[in-house]
Design a protein around this ligand. Structure first.
Ligand code: TXA
Ligand code: MG
Length: 327
């Protein structure tokens, strides 16, 4: 495995049907030729991703979408025009020639034109689109730097195209167009209000557990360490003998049994908190601590998407929940 900024190298591997990690403005992706089932299957194997969870197809240009979507309604047109290249994924009825493996057998396909200069240049040099989920083992925290990808996926991929730190830090907003209905499948940096303003209609909000977005499982983005969320001072006082790591929004007082305390945004800015969330969670997960304690973000704007990620990162099965009461 190699890390570098050589687009031609990345291109050569992808043309051979190999895996390459690509930078995007949201998180790093694990990319392969999106039209070749043998290449796509390497993604599922490398991530240990369940076969029922479909992948996003990344395109070089907005006007390519019609090659892959059999129906491109007015709302999709408006959204693509306003937000592509950018952190928006559109789920639309698929064209027949798209491999079933990519869409996990669904009749729809997820499309996005990402906004990162290296990856756009790469996509524009290829004569196929790129299938790319986030470049983490299935269920773990998404990578926002090349080093995060190298840490966990080095043995599974040929090349990491290093585009620096991801500027946004959480995954794209996913919107499904179903006839004239527009449905939010995953919250992200582009907010509900921005989407509704763009399409001039109300959007339905899918319960996040729905099979509609098979990847939106309750447990996701989960660190290996136990992670509790709530009132930090209260949770810390309940665990006086534990070695604790703290993840707060703004800086807090120093707690004596906290080995490390991180603040997502010293100035209380949700955009900055999004840039740091996954990377701080990863570093806390590596610390010699027994427990991570965090708090909810203000539930507005980007805070909605951040709380969605936090909820999944702390999701415990009923058995685990029982165990955590004894912690
Ligand atoms: O920002 C992003 O979207 C990043 C970068 C790399 O582009 N990609 C990403 O991919 O987050 P992934 O695979 O980690 O998450 C994609 C989500 C999954 O929850 C998947 O279930 C959902 O999109 N998805 C993909 N195709 C779908 C479809 N046809 N219908 C409904 N949901 C779909
Ligand atoms: Mg993912």
């Amino acid at each position: 495995m190699e890390i570098g900024t050589d687009i031609n190298k990345a291109k050569a591997f992808l043309e051979k049907g190999e895996l390459v990690s690509i930078p995007t403005e949201t998180v790093y992706g694990l990319a392969a030729n999106g039209l070749r089932p043998d290449a796509i299957s390497k993604i599922f194997a490398a991530k240990k991703r369940p076969a029922f969870n479909p992948l996003i197809l990344h395109l070089a240009y907005t006007n390519e979408a019609k090659k892959y979507a059999s129906y491109f309604p007015e709302a999709a047109q408006r959204l693509a025009t306003q937000f592509w290249p950018g952190p928006l994924t559109l789920v639309l009825p698929k064209q027949k020639h798209i491999p079933d493996l990519l869409t996990a057998g669904q009749a729809t396909v997820a499309l996005r034109v990402p906004q990162h200069p290296l990856t756009l240049q790469l996509l524009r040099s290829l004569d196929f689109p790129l299938a790319a989920p986030s470049a983490n083992p299935s269920g773990y925290i998404s990578p926002t730097e090349a080093a995060h990808v190298a840490d966990q996926m080095a043995d599974q991929i040929k090349y990491i195209l290093d585009g620096g730190k991801c500027s946004l830090g959480i995954e794209s907003t996913i919107v499904k167009c179903d006839g004239d209905d527009v449905i939010l499948l995953r919250s992200g940096i582009i907010s509900i209000e921005e989407i509704e303003n763009c399409i001039d209609q109300k959007m339905q909000q899918n319960p996040s557990t729905s099979v509609e977005a098979p990847g939106m499982l309750l447990a996701h983005y989960t660190p290996h360490k136990k992670f509790l969320i709530g009132d930090i001072a209260h949770l810390v006082s309940k665990h006086p003998t534990k070695n604790i790591g703290i993840l707060s929004f703004m800086p807090l007082q120093k707690f004596s049994n906290a080995k490390i305390q991180l603040s997502l945004s010293p100035k209380g800015d949700l955009t900055e908190a999004a840039q740091n969330l996954f990377s701080y969670l990863r570093s806390l997960d590596k610390e010699d601590i027994e427990l991570i304690i965090g708090e909810w973000m203000p539930e507005n704007g980007i805070g909605i998407a951040l709380n969605d990620r936090l909820r999944r990162a702390t999701f415990l099965s009923p058995q685990e929940n029982k165990k955590s009461e004894d912690l």
